[in-house]
Design a protein around this ligand. Structure first.
Ligand SMILES: O=C(O)CCC(=O)C(=O)O
Ligand SMILES: [Fe+2]
Length: 201
């Protein structure tokens, strides 16, 4: 097997594992953004942010609407819709000697606490506030974590973004942090009717 074939096999297996973990058809992972590798050197950080941004009053998610094609080409456009990222699956590729925790600023906190904190300055600055985060995860090689970025409505459809999913990476103090991220987005409109893997053939 060539190195390239090995890479393809590795990535295809990973897609299958991520799909199994989330209980979704593998196509959802295939049609999402490609796996992204990030590297943080000492002093590197990623302040608290949301991976998705859908609110019922903003642009619809791309599975909810068909965007007009641009210049007659048949590409999906994100001009009229947004990539709603249902879930994030984060793989730690190496241990980090010190620091570099993934921090969830508001995990499990009530909305009243979240709103009050968001009124303070620099609440999202993880270089300053890493220790205060409600949940911190130390990178461990071979470990994968996942979280959901949205609420579901009463029918089980995607609803507003969940503010408790605010997260980021604390300062790396010693060593290098390597992660790989699958941002799992809702499919584009033309793929929206993927058959559930739970349907009997
Ligand atoms: O560096 C981290 O631990 C968090 C990375 C992150 O926010 C992401 O990949 O979406
Ligand atoms: Fe993120």
């Amino acid at each position: 097997m060539t190195a390239n074939e090995q890479n393809v096999e590795f990535l295809t297996n990973l897609q299958t594992k991520v799909a199994t973990l989330l209980g979704v058809p593998v196509e959802v992972i295939k049609y999402s953004q490609p796996l992204t590798i990030s590297q943080y050197w000492p002093g590197g950080y990623y302040h608290a942010h949301l991976d998705s941004s859908f609110s019922p009053r903003s642009k619809p998610c791309c599975f909810q609407t068909e965007c007009p094609s641009i210049n007659g080409t048949d590409i999906d456009s994100i001009e009229c819709c947004q990539l709603c990222r249902v879930a994030t699956v984060l793989h730690y590729l190496e241990d980090v000697d010190e620091g570099g925790e993934t921090a969830f600023v508001f995990a499990d906190k009530p909305l009243s606490h979240i709103h009050k904190t968001m009124e303070t300055e620099e609440w999202s600055n993880l270089s300053k506030n890493c220790e205060q985060a409600a949940l911190r995860i130390k990178p461990k090689k071979g470990t994968t974590i996942l979280w959901y970025n949205h609420f579901l409505d009463r029918r089980g459809y995607l609803s507003a973004v969940d503010q408790r999913s605010h997260h980021g990476g604390c300062d790396v103090k010693r060593g290098i942090k390597y992660i790989a991220t699958n941002w799992v987005q809702t499919p584009f409109y033309r793929y929206r009717l993927l058959p559930s893997k739970y349907l009997k053939k």
